[in-house]
Structure formats: C-alpha cells, structure tokens
Write a protein that binds this ligand. Structure first.
Ligand SMILES: [Cu+2]
Length: 214
C-alpha cells in the first residue's frame, strides 16, 4: 500500500515536471506559455499587447486558392513586448497557432503552441526577445499552412518577410502540383547544347581516329 502511494507520487512528480509548461483539457492545449520570465536581453517588458487571433475557413475566402487562414497575416510588436494571446477557432475542426524561432532556454524547441480541437478559445502569454526578427506563425496540421494558415510576427519591424504569407508575399512555387515548364525549357536548351557539343566533338574525334588508322 505504502509502496503504491510512493510510486503514484513519484509518477505525478515526473509527469508534472516534464509537462510543467503544458496545459491541456478536452477543448485544447497550450504548450510553453511564458507570462513571467524575461528574455536575457530584456531589462524589462516594453509594452503589453493584447492580441485576439481568429482561425478559420471564412478568413481564407479573400485569398485565391486558400482554404484556411488566420484573420490577420501579420502582427508587429516592440522588442521585449509581452503578448497576451486570445486564440479563437471559428471552425469545427482542429487548428493550431504556433510561433517558431523563440529562444530555446525559455521556450522548449523554440516554440509556443496553442491548439483547439474545434470551436473554442484559449489564452496564453509570452514575452518576446529584444532583437529585430520576423517569427513564423502557422498551423502545423497537414496541409493547413500550405492552404493559407501562415502568418508572421514581427518584433521591432522584423528582419524581412517570410515567403508564402497570404496577401503579403508570393509563394516560393506558384503551384507545386503543376509541372514547371520553364525549368523544362531551360533544361532542354542546356541538354540540346550539351548533346550537340558532344556529337560534334565526338564526330571530330572518331574522324581523327580513322584518319590516323587508314
Ligand atoms: Cu489549422
């Protein structure tokens, strides 16, 4: 009996320590929220920003060929800003709000992860570092980012735009499912040129060989 209690206590301690930054219920989960710890490079919090972010199919209708989107594709905060996020999923399906590239000593895997299994609302806070940087925000579910659920969070104006952010930057490839004929044409010209060089050169070599062995 005593042994069992000890093991249960031990298991609880282990599970609580390894999931210390994870909250989960039947509606969704929050991983790596950080409302309190200042990044090393921040002497203090510069501003507190309340951000309400919606996710859903209806926000994609303004974009061509998109299925899912956040209601905004870009946010801009000051260096060392504290952001209080309210994440609302307007769809009946799962959506995530993930920020990547955060400092690993505060955010395991450099990531803040919010996820709602269906319609609902979640809250999480984080504190951004001081450097000017553009952070990738997306939903990591299969094909959701490709279908439009991608955005960027800029700190201090950011350090450029990310590719394939709907309405902001063009995709790296217009449509990955279509064959890119321009590459084929360019490649074809190069191959034709190579073949002609080889055959002309080769013929010259053969002729020289026969000349020598007449
Ligand atoms: Cu999604």
């Amino acid at each position: 009996m005593k042994k069992n209690k000890f093991f249960i206590a031990l298991l609880l301690t282990i599970s609580q320590s390894s999931f210390a930054t994870m909250q989960m219920d039947e509606k969704g989960m929050v991983m790596n929220a950080n409302p309190d710890n200042l990044p090393k490079d921040c002497p203090q919090i510069s501003e507190t920003v309340d951000l309400t972010i919606h996710a859903g199919h209806k926000y994609a209708t303004k974009f061509n060929d998109k299925m899912f989107a956040f209601d905004q594709q870009q946010w801009d905060v000051k260096p060392c800003a504290k952001i209080n996020i309210t994440f609302i999923n307007d769809d009946q399906i799962r959506h995530q709000f993930m920020i990547h590239g955060l400092p690993g000593y505060l955010y395991p895997d450099g990531m803040l992860h919010l996820e709602l299994y269906g319609e609902g609302e979640l809250h999480a806070s984080l504190i951004m570092p001081s450097q000017k940087k553009t952070y990738l925000v997306h939903c990591e579910l299969a094909q959701h980012a490709e279908k439009g659920m991608k955005a960027q969070l800029k700190v201090g104006g950011g350090d450029g735009d990310l590719p394939s952010v709907p309405g902001i930057t063009s995709p790296i490839k217009e449509n990955p499912y279509l064959f890119d004929w321009t590459v084929f044409k360019l490649g074809g010209i190069v191959i034709l040129f190579a073949i002609s060089v080889i055959t002309i050169g080769g013929r010259g070599l053969i002729m020289r060989y026969f000349d020598r062995h007449k």
